[in-house]
Design a protein around this ligand. Sequence first.
Ligand code: COS
Length: 381
Amino acid sequence: MEFNYTPQQLMFREVVRDFAKREVEPIAAEIDENSRFPWETVKKMAKMGLFGITVSREFGGAGCDYITYMIAVEEISKVCASTCGIIAAVNSLACWPIDYYGTEEQKKKYLIPMSHGEKLGAFGLTEPEAGSDAFAQRTIAEDKGDHYLLNGNKIFISGGDVADTHIIFAKLVTRRGKRGRMCAFIVEKAFDGFSVGVKEKKMGIRASGTAELVMQDVKVPKENLLGRVGQGFEIAMATLDGGRIGIAAQALGIAQGSLDVAIKYSKERKQFGHAIARLQAIQWMIADIATDVEAARLLTYKAAYLKNEGKPFGTEAAMAKLYASEACERAATKALQIHGGYGYMKDYPVERYFRDSKITQIYEGTSEIQRLVIATNILKG
Ligand code: COS
């Protein structure tokens, strides 16, 4: 058993950690407060190759392994979960499905600009009636001979307001008029009939946009079908399997960030004549957070390792996301408690970590869905 990062992974971690400290942390509170999408950081992250981390160099990516990708997510999330969400959505939910299921032409046209960070991507699966029940899609696609015609709307789409390239899931209407097989399509924001609807006002990850996508008679060229007709559900599930490791790493980053600020504050804050870090009540909370963080890290990197090795990893990804997101919420809650009244104020980042932590238990499959996936996989084995 090996628990070491490679020298390259360690070097990469130093570079991203330094970048996060210098460029991301100083504006994290401001972009959260104003719900402002940090375009300036997107440009800098693009230069660093953070948008196509696991994509091969041939298609504009950095050609790194999945563990390296998770290191980037963890390090950026430690200081700003919103900024981390931007790279996680593009890498896991937009680049990966095109990289894995796309044709050579689709990769050249859509993957290269996304990997370069010149264009952003989003994943349009969720609908008002299709949340956890992802198969209950109401968006429909009609085969019109030389193109598909898409109608429907998607909600809660991460990065939906800023993305140029959308992976859209829809059910193909069959000849007999039945809503049939689910398909995935690559849809450009510039296509006629495609528009961004409501932009959500959120409790956390406020600097990364979450929006509704509206499709009214959107003509999608035949060559923009991703994978085969009827392969849409598989593409959605396989994409989410990988995406869930990314959310586990995001949760891990928020939890580590919460631990870091809790340690710092507990050494500075004096009550009863000495630093509160000397109080056992505080020490126990710090010990609990640190243990949770370590367990979350092991599960997250194990899932990433399995994915990298090309081994089955769906169960481990669900376990990593379940544990890391629950640990993240516990960590942020305890870290805020350690800060006392100051933790409830916006003057300290722990208030933001507390708000940001919650989404990790919800998106890319709720904790309840992760339990369902884990139990189903274990029981069928
Ligand atoms: N990878 C590839 N294929 C998969 C898969 C996976 N991880 N999981 C399921 N499939 C395939 C199955 O093999 C099955 O194929 P066949 O019909 O050919 O046998 C098909 O998909 C249906 O699978 P299943 O019966 O398990 O699907 P269910 O409808 O029971 O639901 C859950 C599966 C609930 C797990 C799924 O709907 C889900 O993950 N929901 C949460 C969605 C989500 O995360 N939403 C967040 C949106 S993104 S922010």
